[in-house]
Design a protein around this ligand. Structure first.
Ligand SMILES: NC(=O)c1ccc[n+]([C@@H]2O[C@H](COP(=O)([O-])OP(=O)(O)OC[C@H]3O[C@@H](n4cnc5c(N)ncnc54)[C@H](O)[C@@H]3O)[C@@H](O)[C@H]2O)c1
Length: 239
């Protein structure tokens, strides 16, 4: 890594690669290069690793990248729409199917625990005043359908109550090409990491993590995370 002259290391390992992800985080620390953790092994959002990157003066953004327009961002925005319109959200699910290697890998139940946690918390975090009971929220990769190949389909259902306790529900089907969907987002994350390197700023970059990642160390609404990230880019915020 040192020989390559790289400034930033991107981690895109398969879901559940706990040891390998930590191994590469260690490599970034040793090589003194920035680290962007795009998958759901909790590194930036773990106090232990955050402190280590802080001490070594190396910037880190994580964990688990959001796609440009994927099920997570749609679900978060709709959750905030319910809140803004005073609709009481009572139950919700987000079921995702796909036919690529990532979905095949996620058939392994033990590997998928952190992915579920990351995706569920990404929506729960938007319900600060009224988090849903565990049994009323179900979010995660649901099945591998070989012929879908790289086409990911997300099904979202949200059930709520309007004024006068009147029930309503919303159903949505999202279809996207999965692999390139996080590419543009990660390029912006690389730019933020490079800014931190140029400014000699190490440790967790809280604003870009909140804007680009599903499971950041600090969660905000997407509007707020966007504003904080703009402030970071303009040098009005350290992290
Ligand atoms: N839209 C997206 O692309 C997106 C969005 C959010 C999160 N992610 C996460 O990014 C990760 C990668 O997704 P993917 O679809 O590219 O998966 P993938 O299975 O297609 O690719 C994983 C790659 O990691 C390599 N690999 C496995 N073990 C390794 C090791 N020990 N050292 C070096 N390389 C190793 C494999 O050879 C493979 O090329 C997943 O954890 C996924 O959940 C992707």
């Amino acid at each position: 890594m040192k020989d390559s002259g790289a400034h930033v290391l991107l981690n895109y390992l398969p879901v559940g690669s706990e040891n390998a992800a930590k191994f590469y985080a260690e490599c970034a620390l040793n090589a003194g290069i920035g680290f962007i953790n795009n998958m759901p092994v909790f590194i930036a959002s773990s106090p232990e690793w955050g402190t280590r990157f802080e001490k070594e003066g190396i910037p880190i953004i994580g964990d688990d990248i959001k796609s440009q327009l994927g099920a997570t961002i749609v679900h978060r925005v709709l959750t905030n729409l319910f809140k803004a319109r005073g609709v009481k959200l009572e139950r919700t699910y987000q079921l995702n199917t796909g036919g690529n290697t990532d979905f095949l890998n996620m058939l392994n139940r033990s590997r998928v625990i952190s992915k579920r946690e990351s995706k569920t918390e990404s929506v729960q975090s938007q319900l600060v005043e009224r988090r849903l009971e565990k049994e009323n929220i179900h979010i995660g990769p649901s099945d591998w359908v070989a012929w879908q190949k790289d086409n990911k389909i997300g099904f979202i259902r949200m059930e709520g109550r309007l004024f006068g306790d009147v029930p309503m529900n919303l159903e949505l089907r999202l279809s996207v090409e999965d692999s390139p969907n996080s590419g543009g987002v990660v390029i912006d994350a690389i730019r933020c990491c490079r800014l931190a390197l140029e400014r000699g700023k190490g440790g967790i970059l809280y604003s870009p993590s909140a804007y680009f990642m599903k499971h950041p160390p600090r969660q905000y609404t997407d509007d707020k995370a966007f504003r904080l990230t703009e402030d970071f880019i303009q040098g009005k915020r350290d992290d």
